[in-house]
Ligand binder design. Structure first.
Ligand code: HSE
Length: 312
């Protein structure tokens, strides 16, 4: 038996929503798990990139054995019903750029779990899958929108349970994803964050997250522009992303550009706009990054509304 799952890319945080907000984007990885008939063949993992040569090189360094994140997720699911994974062939067909803050690892975790769950006769419900995926990833803000699609608020509570709600994203707000040609691992991007933050910074983010929720509910661009500020992660990560500050500053006072935020842990950036010249966004970002010898892939995308889907 063979199951294929198509899983969208995701962008986490959206400014003040560090580790709790994320949205799904229409760039996909397809994860196929096949039960092989030969006993003792173990688990085989193959990756195929549909991206450029740089990704091919990164792919060579991604674990394809028991140390891989997809194997860990699948193993946790099997173990939860008292089984061990074996005789499985896992193929990952990837369109989501790796280590760019677009949820590529979340997508393989989610795809692996949904496919393995189907092979096992669906013992786990969506909440259980979300919980395993969060445990593997460490935070729910990519895995939740990867599973559910759309714009999602997700929280892992102190007892481990996951609270997850879909929010409305105003359809008329454009999302331009700016992907640079350099990688930044989430581990490195998290290592620069402080263990503790000043109380006023925590309050700053709480206020801005509250504004953001109200702004998307009311499609209030002016409020959203105020809301898209963060003091918990972006200021610390700025030094890891050349050009980030210049790009953010360039859009600060542009009418029609609602905001520019780091996508997940970076280095990609999201520019949110309404009725604004999308070519202008591209040329501003391109000029700044190319001025620093950074090549770019810039795409304006609609939110992916549905999330992961079994396709065969
Ligand atoms: N919320 C996480 C972070 C997303 O910013 O580290 C990582 O993909």
């Amino acid at each position: 038996m063979k199951v294929s799952v198509k899983v969208p890319a995701t962008s986490a945080n959206i400014g003040p929503g560090f580790d709790c907000l994320g949205l799904a984007l229409p760039i996909y990885n397809t994860i196929t798990i096949e039960e092989t008939v030969l006993p003792g063949t173990g688990v085989e993992i193959n990756l195929m990139s549909e991206n450029d040569i740089i990704d091919e090189m990164i792919f060579d360094n991604v674990p394809k054995d028991e140390n891989s994140i997809i194997y860990k997720a699948v193993e946790m699911l099997y173990n939860s019903i008292g089984q061990e994974p074996s005789e499985l062939k896992i193929n990952i067909q990837s369109q989501i750029p790796i280590t760019r803050g677009l949820g590529s690892s979340a997508s393989v975790v989610v795809g692996g779990l949904i496919a393995a769950n189907k092979l096992l006769g669906s013992p786990a419900d969506e909440t259980a899958l979300l919980s395993i995926a969060t445990e593997v990833e460490g935070h729910p803000d990519n895995v939740a929108p990867a599973i559910l699609g759309g714009f999602v608020m997700a929280s892992q509570e102190d007892d481990g349970s996951i609270i997850c709600e879909k929010l409305n994203w105003p359809e008329e707000w454009d999302i331009t994803v700016c992907i640079p040609d350099f990688e930044l691992s989430t581990n490195i991007a998290r290592s620069v964050l402080p263990e503790n933050v000043p109380l006023q910074d925590a309050v700053f983010n709480a206020k801005h997250l509250a504004m953001l929720i109200q702004a998307v509910n009311n499609k209030d661009e002016k409020l959203m522009k105020m809301a898209l500020h963060d003091k918990l992660h972006q200021p610390y990560r700025e030094k890891l992303v050349p050009g980030m500050k210049e790009i953010m500053d360039a859009f600060k006072h542009e009418d029609g550009v609602i905001g520019c935020v780091l996508s997940g842990a970076g280095p990609s950036l999201l520019v949110i706009s309404h009725k604004y010249d999308l070519d202008k966004i591209k040329s501003v970002v391109k000029d700044i990054w190319e001025g620093q010898s950074i090549k770019t892939d810039i795409r304006t995308l609609k939110i992916e509304p549905e999330g992961a889907k079994i396709i065969e």
